[in-house]
Design a protein around this ligand. Structure first.
Ligand code: FE2
Ligand code: FE2
Length: 141
């Protein structure tokens, strides 16, 4: 099962929504690689590469939201940043575990369940509220 664009709720700030959609594409490409590996194809090095790209993209995604919140003096900044940091640590652990153990099961579980569940929940709550606040501030400038 792949993700579709509508799986991540559309937040009311285009700059943030676009980044989420880019991640849907990257995650789906990773699903294809995992399936290829599960069916015996040698795509392990490519999966390493795509997971690293997702990690870097996610770091930039979070850092940009944090920058926007700081610039806007958004009060729940610390709480939102903390949620990012906790998830980044989980993602980093899942990727380094895959690289060390080369076990496809755990990374498959993480990518298919843990990551999309967290993303949907985070985007529909913290990101949604943050984007609404930022969009409103931009309108009032
Ligand atoms: Fe986000
Ligand atoms: Fe966020």
């Amino acid at each position: 099962m792949k993700l579709s664009a509508s799986d991540f709720p559309e937040v009311p700030l285009l700059e943030m929504h676009d980044v989420h959609l880019q991640e849907v594409e990257m995650i789906n490409a990773i699903y294809e690689l995992i399936m290829a590996i599960e069916s015996g194809k040698s795509r392990r090095a490519l999966l390493d590469e795509k997971l690293d790209e997702l990690l870097i993209h996610t770091q930039a995604h979070f850092a940009n939201e944090e920058r926007l919140m700081l610039e806007a003096n958004f009060p729940p900044y610390a709480m939102h940043r903390n949620a990012h940091n906790l998830f980044l640590a989980e993602l980093q652990a899942a990727v380094s575990n895959w690289k060390q153990e080369q076990a496809i099961g755990p990374i498959d579980q993480f990518m298919r369940f843990t990551l999309p569940r967290w993303m949907k929940d985070h985007i529909s709550t913290m990101d949604y509220v943050t984007a609404g606040y930022l969009a409103n501030q931009l309108r009032n400038e």
